[in-house]
Ligand binder design. Structure first.
Ligand SMILES: [Cu+2]
Length: 474
């Protein structure tokens, strides 16, 4: 159920942004049984166009246990949920009312990395605005994507402070009959600082807050029909926290990773979601009904303790409740789909590159996070590739912390982890590389030439240097 208090607080915050033209879309009526307050601010494209002002601004929020202010888009945490169809034209006007420079990244979208599309090199200074405009390709896959700031040096503060939102592309996956029959819920997962928590667990490991929020609510209740099919679309919008999710008494059936459907559902007892990562799961709700906790299980991001790193205060020791699924009414038990969509096998890499992730001391800079021994520099091109070519990248983590590796513009497939072949083919744009692990991924640089980036998706690590520039040359 929507928490009335946080809804009103957010609405009040949003009213200040009304002049930016967003609220005429907001708060459209949806059944109250939905937990998704972001659904009350869904902005859908109409007749091939999605046009929206996004105002980045610190605003009062009312989420129990948290401090009273957060960074918001249009007064909302998370920001409005954007919904697109392939071929749509997107026109966003970003207004920076923050104290620091910002910009926008369209995480996972296959669009140009330059101009006013997915250009993370744009810099929008406080008080300024920036137009973003791009057309989603006609053949763009359906999926759950993620918009958030990506201005190097201020990303972690801004995402940890609250900025980010879900972006859905509708398409083929949504039209599979069993998937279409499911009750769909988008869950934006974000940890927030408690009111008395100071600045969190520290930038070295990556800051976490102890309050777990789902669509800006703490332990919301999600009502579903017993026997029905529930489609949870999960987005980890945290700065650094890994979410390790399990739903009491239920198996989750993974149908899509990041922005891509699988060939068939994969049953999971638990689901690990690293920052920036998305998962689409189907759950056959128990026919006998009941109340079931969606739990967040402990996860240690520090691989080998005792190597000089102190354990962080927010290391997770016990399960925390994320949300509660409770049944209301019943339907005839619904089947799972047998087949989903074909996942192309990309083959024949023309070369293999190696990316070694670690942290270390850099003269005159102190501690930095590094890829191949280098701290990020705007001016340097780290990797030059050819448009249309396929490459294998060996991602090697020689450090003590886990690092989720993210590549912009083109999705990847995991080939192997520590030499073990990946059990099923899947498209990913964030790949976890655990401490001590080597992960081989494959990608093809399709359609768009230009300069872009790859980086650790723990934003504190990215801001501290764990990023590289890639130039895709035609
Ligand atoms: Cu990292």
């Amino acid at each position: 159920m929507i928490s009335r208090r946080s809804f009103l607080a957010l609405a009040a915050g949003g009213a200040a942004a009304a002049s930016a033209g967003e609220l005429r879309h907001a708060w459209s009526a949806r059944p109250q049984r939905r937990i998704n307050p972001a659904a009350t601010s869904v902005v859908r494209s109409k007749a091939g166009l999605l046009k929206l002002d996004l105002v980045a601004q610190e605003m009062p929020i009312s989420i129990p246990g948290t401090s009273r202010r957060a960074l918001t888009y249009n007064g909302l945490l998370p920001g409005p949920q954007l919904e697109l169809e392939p071929g749509d034209l997107v026109q966003l006007e970003l207004h920076n009312r923050l104290k620091n420079p910002t910009n926008l990244h369209f995480h996972g979208l296959h669009i140009p990395p330059n101009g006013t599309a997915d250009n993370v090199f744009l810099r929008v200074t406080p008080g300024q605005k920036q137009s973003y405009s791009f057309t989603l390709p006609d053949n763009h896959p359906a999926g759950l994507f993620y918009y958030h700031p990506h201005h190097h040096g201020t990303v972690a503060d801004q995402v940890f402070g609250g900025l980010g939102g879900a972006l859905l592309v509708r398409g083929e996956l949504d039209r599979i009959p069993e998937v279409q029959a499911a009750q769909e819920e988008v869950l934006v997962l974000k940890d927030l600082l408690a009111a008395n928590e100071g600045s969190g667990s520290g930038v070295m490991l990556g800051r976490e807050g102890s309050i777990l929020s789902v669509n800006g609510q703490v332990n919301p209740e999600l009502q579903v029909a017993a026997g029905g099919l529930l489609r949870l679309r999960l987005l980890n919008a945290s700065n650094a926290r890994f979410w390790r999710l399990a739903l009491e008494g239920h198996t989750m059936h993974l149908i899509a990773t990041d922005g891509g459907a699988l060939e068939q559902p994969v049953p999971l007892q638990e689901l690990l979601l690293v920052p920036g990562e998305r998962a689409d799961v189907l759950v056959q709700v128990a026919p006998e009904g009941g109340r079931f906790r969606l739990n967040n299980l402990p996860y240690k991001r520090l691989g080998r303790p005792g190597m000089g790193m102190r354990r962080p205060v927010t290391d997770q020791h016990q399960a925390d409740i994320v949300a509660t699924v409770s049944t209301n009414g019943a339907v005839t038990p619904q089947p799972l789909p047998q087949r989903l969509l074909r996942v192309e096998e990309i083959s024949s890499p023309v070369r293999t590159r190696r990316f070694v992730m670690n942290h270390g001391m850099v003269p005159s800079m102190g501690m930095a996070f590094l890829i191949n021994g280098e701290r990020y520099s705007h001016a340097r091109i780290d990797t030059r590739v050819r448009l249309g070519e396929t490459e294998d990248w060996e991602l090697v983590n020689t450090g003590v912390m886990d690092h989720p590796f993210h590549l912009h513009v083109n999705p990847m497939q995991v080939i192997s982890r520590n030499g073990r072949p990946e059990p099923y083919r899947a498209w990913r744009d964030v790949v976890l590389v655990r401490s001590g692990e080597t992960v081989r991924v494959r990608t093809r640089f399709n359609d768009f030439a230009g300069k872009s980036v790859y980086h650790c998706h723990i934003f504190d690590h990215e801001d501290l240097g764990m990023m590289g520039n890639i130039l895709i040359e035609a």
